[in-house]
Design a protein around this ligand. Structure first.
Ligand code: F0G
Length: 482
């Protein structure tokens, strides 16, 4: 990749795009932010976007589209069956991944629903480097169980290990032997491992996983939702891939898989999803669920406009100068926070910057949801919305006890090409202020707690008046600034 150096020696990421459509933002004053977050049940999901200055909740479905994507959307062919738009999308997906069948679905979790309905039976176990929330729920709903086999380093927030999403190969073997291959319909590889900080898995490690699957005769499936970032990291960090194109690396990875699925809200800069596979019988079985849950086989719940955008977005994903924007901005943010002594997950991964809530606010115990408390505090401090990725994102155990998360993270996602560097600097500034005032932050407790995926719709309240004190301190320190 061509590095552009500054004469001044300053080391900042330089955008290889220009902005031609803008959206006006609003930053409510701190007193209003305090009121708004409480009206939203102290759950950032329940805030209205108009009251958010920087929406770092997710990069899902909120990445900026390119001029070519917008142009393609105009030629969408609207047909219930046999749309030309789908033909184009299918051809692109099969070209990039070299598989035989492509089934469309309206987003990533819809793929997981179809996969679990088709392949997971009562008592089955799905080994994977790490779970994702919706993946786990679908597997459990089908009567199965998730077994996580990520390397130890993956759960160490402070590290310089380049591929923290790697499988512990010996542990994977052990799990398969203990469970028995007949109860393991497939092994799932999650590239750009979301819940441990968007951390990549190496090509070499995926090859090892493939070997184990071959040894036991088990299918290998990739959740490719975060493939974009993982491709970048493989090229940057894996010696044997330095001279390979992104397209070649993509094919090399796909060749190891029997199946893959993705959320096109992430992969492909659009909205939608799909499953790719080689086995005709499984494809036929899954097709029935596509038509039952999603729509006809040539749209699967997606609008034709989004499918056109996805076709172009997938092709653009093969361009290193396009996919490096996210990781470079994230790296900048992570490195600046590290310099200020703020606990963040290192090394910088994909998806976003992840604050380690256990270290940020050690005074808040896990039963009072430190990652969620930090998310509320950051909204009060700066109108910035992040996503809780800790105990609140885990549903309770069968007996009603809390399932404490292995990591307590506040994820600040970096939607691609959406924020400028000065906005990223603003986020860093407010995080630094919050860190210096961290002793003011307290915990949260539920007032309404759904049973499944409680983090989406749950409502909480502060365990004391800590939020008011935090807002008062902000006013004191910042004067009349918003
Ligand atoms: N798999 C992974 C690895 C994901 O990150 C996501 C979504 C899904 C599956 C489900 O896809 O949202 O299209 O149904 N991740 C989003 C996020 C929600 O914000 O990280 P979906």
């Amino acid at each position: 990749m061509n590095e552009i150096k500054f004469y001044s020696g300053e080391n900042i990421p330089l955008e290889m795009h220009k902005v031609r459509i803008v959206q006006k933002l609003y930053l409510p004053p701190v007193e209003e932010r305090l009121k708004l977050i409480n009206e939203a049940g102290n759950n950032a999901y329940l805030l209205n976007n108009r009251n958010i200055y920087m929406d770092m909740l997710t990069d899902s479905g909120v990445n900026a589209m390119s001029d070519n994507q917008q142009a393609a959307m105009l030629r969408a062919d609207d047909a219930y069956a046999g749309s030309e738009t789908f033909v184009r999308l299918e051809a692109k997906v099969l070209e990039l991944f070299g598989m035989d069948y492509f089934l469309p679905a309206h987003q990533g979790r819809a793929c997981e629903n179809i996969i679990s309905n088709t392949l997971v039976n009562l008592g089955d176990v799905i080994p994977m480097n790490y779970h994702f929330t919706t993946t786990k729920s679908h597997i459990e709903k089908a009567g199965g169980r998730v077994e996580e086999v990520v390397i130890k380093e993956g759960l160490n927030p402070k590290s310089d290990y380049p591929f923290k999403g790697n499988f512990d190969i010996e542990y994977l073997r052990k799990v398969i032997k203990e469970v028995g291959r007949e109860h393991i319909p497939f092994v799932r590889v999650e590239v750009g491992t979301n819940l441990i900080g968007g951390q990549p898995i190496s090509l070499a490690n995926m090859r090892e996983v493939r070997k184990v699957c071959d040894e036991f005769g088990i299918m290998l499936m990739m959740d490719a939702s975060l493939l974009q970032d993982n491709l970048y990291f493989i090229k940057e960090r894996e010696e044997e891939c330095k001279n390979m194109s992104i397209r070649e690396i993509t094919m090399e990875i796909a060749n190891l898989m029997d199946m893959l699925y993705f959320s096109a809200r992430k992969l492909g800069f659009a909205r939608g999803g799909g499953i790719c596979l080689r086995d005709k019988n499984i494809a036929n079985k899954m097709s029935e669920f596509v038509t039952l849950y999603e729509g006809f086989l040539t749209y699967g719940g997606m609008s034709v406009r989004e499918m056109e955008a996805m076709t172009i977005g997938l092709e653009e994903t093969m361009d290193e100068e396009i996919i490096n924007q996210g990781p470079k901005f994230i790296e900048y943010m992570v490195n600046e926070l590290v310099k200020k002594g703020i606990p963040v997950v290192t090394p910088a991964g994909g998806l976003g910057c992840h604050l380690d809530a256990n270290l940020f606010i050690p005074q808040v115990p896990q039963q009072e949801y430190p990652s969620a408390a930090l998310s509320v505090a950051l909204y009060i401090a700066g109108g910035i919305r992040g996503m809780e990725r800790g105990t609140l994102s885990e549903d309770r155990n069968e007996d009603g006890s809390e399932h404490f998360s292995k990591m307590e993270l506040l994820r600040l996602a970096m939607p691609r090409r959406v924020f400028t560097l000065s906005q990223v600097k603003y986020a860093i500034d407010r995080i630094v202020w919050l860190y210096e005032n961290r002793e003011l932050i307290g915990g949260l407790r539920f007032v309404y707690e759904p049973k499944i995926l409680r983090f989406f719709l749950g409502r909480l309240e502060p365990t004391s008046d800590w939020q008011t004190k935090l807002a008062e301190k902000f006013r004191q320190d910042f004067g009349d600034s918003l």
